[in-house]
Ligand binder design. Structure first.
Ligand code: FES
Ligand SMILES: [Fe+2]
Length: 332
């Protein structure tokens, strides 16, 4: 158990940096569930240590790298992977080690876990690992938002009319959309049968006629929204939400599009330009939520269109989620 974070969040692996940020030349500061960490690289790959020199408490991320070891900038103690103190300058006597955490590099991210016995790495959306698609990660700063509130926001179909009017949905031209929702211990999926033209210039460019949009939860904190047309996947926006601290959540956002006539770099610029205001609008609304409860919230009133929230909270808190399936119609 890590503090009072929800059980499945506390025991999960979370990304703390992009692999390409961490070079052999410089340690990188990171934070996970309130714990300051430092990520470094030696010739075996990346490693993660507590970002606090055991000698006098200076952050190791303020130091530098020498031959694969992190050197503290105060008295020069050096620490290698595993946290061993390799050298105390001016003596041959040993120094104390620093805490070390596991590190795994996967899909361009560095993942770690604060759990004593971390489980398996989380399942990722297919689009994140599908090399047949044009893909990119968009580095974003941490946001003032509850972790599970942010996960729900990405999968919530009921807010775009209000928070992003005209950008994704028309506020005054709602149409009935049939939704099929499935959930279980593996996560949740909501399939929206749309059969409409996407709203907005950029979505139309990427999607044309939208057949289905799909929200998927990969517990505890990964959410994907995918749009499919008659030729399969058109656009996937997957976000791995990492809990930096209470009320401070970093979204690792991944975009994938079907390869087509448009060069990947143009699509990347267009997608960023389109999503920049949307992200800012979501950031503002998430910061306004009255609390940043770590557990999602048993105190929220759940409405008929909150298709994902309760499943997100149950799975994050390690509450059993039996297989279930239902259909509903929503005006979107
Ligand atoms: S504080 Fe790090 S070596 Fe003294
Ligand atoms: Fe939104």
């Amino acid at each position: 158990m890590v503090g009072d974070w929800p059980a499945a969040v506390a025991s999960a692996w979370h990304p703390i940096a992009f692999a390409q940020q961490v070079t052999a030349g410089r340690p990188v500061a990171a934070r996970l569930m309130g714990r300051p960490l430092v990520v470094a690289r030696d010739d075996q790959g990346t490693f993660v240590l507590d970002d606090r020199c055991p000698h006098r408490g200076v952050p190791l991320s303020r130091g530098h790298m020498e031959r694969g070891a992190v050197i503290c900038r105060y008295h020069g103690w050096s620490f290698g992977r595993g946290g061993t103190c390799l050298r105390v300058p001016g003596t041959l006597l040993p120094g104390s080690p620093v805490g070390a955490l596991p590190a795994v590099e996967r899909v361009g991210l560095i993942w770690t876990s604060l759990a004593d016995a971390p489980g398996a790495l989380p399942t990722l959306p297919d689009a994140v690992e599908n090399s047949a698609l044009d893909r990119f990660w968009w580095p974003l700063r941490a946001t003032r938002a509850g972790l599970l509130d942010a996960v729900e926001n990405h999968l919530d179909p009921a807010h775009p009319h209000h928070v992003h009017p005209w950008m994704m949905r028309s506020p005054n031209r709602r149409r009935p959309v049939e939704i099929s929702v499935r959930s279980g211990p593996w996560g949740a999926e909501a399939i929206y049968l749309e059969r409409t033209k996407a709203v907005g210039l950029i979505p139309r460019l990427f999607e044309g006629t939208r057949l289905t949009s799909i929200g998927r939860l990969y517990p505890p904190t990964i959410a994907e929204v995918a749009f499919e047309g008659d030729r399969g996947l058109r656009l996937s926006v997957a976000v791995v939400f990492s809990p930096e601290d209470t009320g401070l959540t970093r979204p690792y956002a991944h975009f994938a599009t079907a390869r087509g006539q448009m060069p990947a770099w143009i699509k990347r610029s267009l997608l960023k330009a389109f999503h920049r205001p949307i992200l800012a609008q979501d950031r503002r609304i998430l910061a306004l939520q009255d609390t940043w409860r770590r557990d999602g919230s048993s105190k929220y009133a759940t409405g008929p269109l909150d298709v994902m929230g309760p499943t997100i909270w149950r799975l994050a808190n390690g509450v059993a989620e039996p297989e279930r399936q239902h259909r509903l119609t929503m005006e979107l």
